[in-house]
Ligand binder design. Structure first.
Ligand code: HEM
Length: 396
């Protein structure tokens, strides 16, 4: 079989969809010996695995690089890297603070933050959607949510960007993390520890105060657990949202008829179809806890399993004409936010950020053109999107 899929392959990262289509048909449980992984690519298999936390454990976190696996996974991913009952306890306490009400209350502030970046960016005829806007807005949103004082936000933004681990130099399984990323994690732990101590003495109405107050009976989050959650929010909430904005911008540019509808105000359909068609999180990893037999292949206990969410979202069994970007389609079965117990806790916030961003962009932009030759992609085994999207705009 000449079918080759590796999440480390830059060619695959630049356009994974043709190889996903072959995986779904020819090898729905694909084994890559060199990377030592099994890959599930059909929608139903991925959805089942996401729900089956007993056989598909999250104990090593959601990335496939061996560098993140093992006991340190919780340091990077907090409760993403936990199984029940530990996960159940942490998620339940965090959910008491990270409520829909708290997210909704942020909307006016989100709009101010978006406009603060967009006004100078849209001043001329061209701008970079990523560098001038998408790389800045979601980091400020997380700081606003958490309650990071204005004066510290630039520091948190720089450290947040430094821990966004990417695979620009990787050609195979990555076993060591770059020292800069580890240093940035250390610095963020230090910063958030001090902020947590300060807030434990004097509460406000921010998320950090909510996390300190969250209780179930006598049970509360420890300061170390809270710092872990804050690091997770930076890791889970910034890059994903930033890439979502760029993928939506790019998909609409490639599809002029859909772009007209998007710019005409169908913002939610635009965002939801982007999450289905070109999701920012392409893969999530799991560990088999026992031998699992599927489609005649046995994944051994301890095997590392990559769930190719981006492939599941193109599965014709669930989404007819799946390769078409179509704002009219039903996207409710999209796997973009995962599923089961680990379903994205920030999905509502991510959607709200995208809605506010595109409402404000489309208020000013009548149409646009991307300079594709100058656009630059991010290289990563799980995140898909752009580093830079130079754009020429026609103002309204
Ligand atoms: C989990 C995607 C935005 C916080 C997840 C998972 C996915 C995902 C696929 C599941 C991971 C797994 O099963 O192992 C996305 C996408 C976003 C987004 C595509 C784009 C908008 C956000 C935001 C936040 C956030 C804005 C918070 C500020 C989380 C958390 C989890 C999570 C805390 C862990 C849930 C758990 O393990 O119980 N996200 N996310 N995400 N996400 Fe998001």
């Amino acid at each position: 079989m000449d079918l080759l899929y590796s999440p480390y392959d830059f060619g695959v990262q630049d356009d994974p969809y043709p190889v996903y289509a072959r995986l779904r048909e020819e090898a729905p449980v694909y084994r890559n010996d060199a990377d030592d992984i099994w890959v599930l690519s059909r929608h139903a298999d991925i959805a089942d695995a996401l729900r089956d936390t007993a056989r598909f454990s999250s104990r090593n976190g959601l990335r496939i690089e061996p560098a993140f696996w093992g006991p340190q996974a919780e340091r990077f991913f907090s409760f993403v890297a936990m199984d029940p009952p530990k996960h159940t306890r942490m998620r339940s306490l965090v959910s008491r603070a990270f409520t829909q009400r708290r997210v909704q209350a942020l909307e006016p502030r989100l709009r101010e933050l978006a406009l603060g970046h967009l006004a100078p960016a849209l001043d001329g005829e061209s701008f970079d959607l990523m560098g001038d806007f998408a790389a800045r807005f979601p980091t400020d949103v997380i700081s606003e949510l958490v309650g990071v004082p204005e004066g510290d936000r630039a520091l948190v933004r720089d450290l947040g960007m430094a821990i966004m681990y990417r695979d620009e130099a990787a050609t195979g399984p990555v076993t060591d993390l770059p020292p800069e990323a580890l240093q940035a994690i250390g610095a963020l732990v230090g910063y958030y520890t001090e902020l947590t101590i300060a807030r434990s003495k004097s509460r406000t109405d921010d998320l950090l105060s909510g996390l300190l107050d969250a209780a179930e009976g006598e049970d509360r989050l420890t300061p170390e657990e809270i710092v872990g959650v804050l690091i997770l929010l930076v890791g889970a909430g910034i890059e994903t949202t930033m890439l979502l904005l760029g993928n939506a911008w790019h998909a609409a540019w490639k599809h002029p008829d859909q772009r007209a509808a998007a710019l005409g105000g169908r913002i939610d359909d635009w965002v939801n179809e982007t999450l289905r068609y070109d999701p920012p999180s392409q893969t999530v990893a799991r560990t088999a806890t026992e031998d699992v037999e599927l489609h005649g292949v046995t994944i051994p206990a301890g095997g590392r399993v990559l769930l190719a969410v981006g492939s599941g979202n193109r599965d014709e069994r669930v989404f007819p004409a799946a390769d078409r970007f179509d704002l009219d389609r039903d996207t409710s079965a999209s796997l973009a936010f995962g599923g089961g117990r680990h379903h994205c806790l920030g999905a509502n916030l991510g959607r709200l950020e995208a809605r506010v961003a595109f409402q404000e962009l489309t208020a000013v932009v009548a149409d646009y053109e991307i300079d594709e030759a100058a656009a630059k992609r991010v290289h990563s085994t799980n995140d898909r999107g752009f580093e830079s999207l130079p754009t020429r705009i026609t103002a309204r």
